[in-house]
Design a protein around this ligand. Structure first.
Ligand code: AHR
Length: 309
């Protein structure tokens, strides 16, 4: 099948590929990580709603946090001869083979949100996502000024091997390494979930005599921080007052925690990003113009003290 002409969504109310004299809706397969936390389901919902608006036939596959499920989903999209594949990869490794299969089948792959670690960058067209390293640096910079560069930190890491866990940690550490009296004293993965964050904070509380000498909790996402807040309250501690609480996502429950004074800062990871992702893909399907390997979506820092805008 040969793509000979493109009609934009605005003109015909749908994203259509012209093949010969017939118009077909663009079919895209989307392999999503799962539904952990509050951010991910919001992202999935947005992707589905935006696809509808754009007239895109979206085949959505929830991998339930398992990379092997993603590999199956991608192979099934290849078999279905979709026009493009979007992957939000659970972890960065293990992608070379399946991406090569998609390339051999002539199906372009786009990364959304998370990154992959592949030698051959031609295996995907581009990645459309926020800068996780910047998010870690923003969290670290906020904490450096709030603690005046003196802080023992406990860290709740995201899913081991995932791009946001790797990059947020790196970015945060890059900033605090400039301050000799800032250091991470405990660090453990809470797998990006509320329950995981709660368990990890319970262990930190035990191991540090009720967070004695701990000045801050840095969580790689809000849900783990919300779990940490629960654990601290159950231990009679005052999160946001006894201990600085800084995390990433800025989900509605974290906005409430910030307003209640239980948390101090959250870096926003936008979830309504279908409007950034689909136009990149549909334009590329139209003109195949080479794209930069990363289309960056901005991230913003929100603090409890910041006036409403
Ligand atoms: O990949 C982005 C991260 O994944 C979000 O920060 C987290 O909430 C989600 O699980």
């Amino acid at each position: 099948m040969k793509l000979v002409k493109w009609l934009g969504g605005a003109a015909v109310g749908a994203s259509l590929l012209m093949i010969g004299t017939s118009a077909f809706a663009v079919t895209i397969g989307f392999s999503q990580v799962g539904d952990e936390g509050d951010w991910r389901p919001a992202f999935s919902k947005d992707m589905q709603e935006e696809a509808k608006k754009e007239g895109i036939d979206l085949k959505f596959a929830d991998a339930q946090g398992k990379e092997e499920e993603q590999l199956k989903a991608v192979r099934s999209f290849i078999a279905q001869k979709v026009d493009a594949i979007i992957i939000a990869p659970v972890v960065t490794t293990g992608w070379d083979q399946v991406l090569a299969e998609a390339k051999r089948a002539g199906i372009p792959v786009f990364l959304a949100d998370r990154d992959v670690d592949v030698k051959d960058k031609s295996l995907f067209v581009t990645r459309i996502s926020a800068d996780f390293n910047l998010e870690g640096r923003l969290a670290g910079a906020w904490l450096a000024q709030a603690s005046v560069g003196n802080c023992n930190i406990v860290e709740e890491q995201g899913t081991v091997g995932s791009a946001p866990a790797i990059e947020r940690k790196k970015g945060f550490e890059a900033v605090i390494s400039n301050f000799p009296n800032m250091k991470i004293v405990k660090s453990q993965s809470g797998d990006f979930t509320t329950e995981g964050g709660k368990k990890v904070m319970e262990a930190f509380i035990k191991a540090t005599d009720n967070l004695k000498d701990v000045c801050a909790s840095f969580a790689h996402n809000d849900n783990m921080q919300l779990g940490a807040i629960q654990a601290m309250k159950e231990a009679g501690l005052k999160p946001g007052k006894d201990v600085f609480m800084v995390s990433v996502d800025y989900v509605p429950a974290m906005k409430d925690a910030l307003a209640a004074g239980d948390a101090n800062a959250s870096v926003e990871l936008r979830s309504a990003i279908g409007k950034y992702i689909y136009p990149v893909i549909t334009e590329w399907l139209k003109d195949k113009k080479e794209l930069p390997k990363w289309v960056v979506i901005p991230s913003d820092l929100h603090t409890a003290a910041a006036p409403a805008r």
